[in-house]
Design a protein around this ligand. Structure first.
Ligand code: FES
Length: 107
């Protein structure tokens, strides 16, 4: 069973914002949207760009390097040149704490 671990406080992440963090040796990106809080890998599946340096528009995450777009809700590709979905991880918000369980399938 997945283990949840606190990664940051909800108050540290404004609505519409995103922030990188490390968990279990893996760099994650936490996105806070009107649809909820989501956790994904922070590395683009196209090449080696940090998505935390890109843009978040509603639930659309755009890579800073070549402009690929992903849906933060499920990691699916919304725009080229990426073809591989972005691994996502389970999130829960407990009180003011954002907790993430890294997906074993994505490890
Ligand atoms: S590295 Fe993200 S689109 Fe190329």
């Amino acid at each position: 069973m997945a283990q949840f671990a606190a990664v940051m406080r909800l108050a540290e992440l404004p609505l519409g914002g995103m922030r990188a963090c490390m968990l279990g040796g893996r760099e994650l990106l936490i996105c806070r949207t009107r649809a909820g809080v989501f956790a994904l890998d922070n590395t683009c599946t196209h090449a080696d760009a940090r998505l935390s340096e890109g843009r978040l528009r509603a639930t659309r995450l755009v890579c800073p390097l070549h402009g690929a777009a992903f849906d933060v809700r499920d990691g699916r590709v919304l725009g080229a040149p990426a073809e591989t979905p972005l691994p996502t991880h389970a999130v829960r918000v407990a009180e003011d704490s954002i907790e993430v369980a890294v997906s074993p399938a994505a490890a």
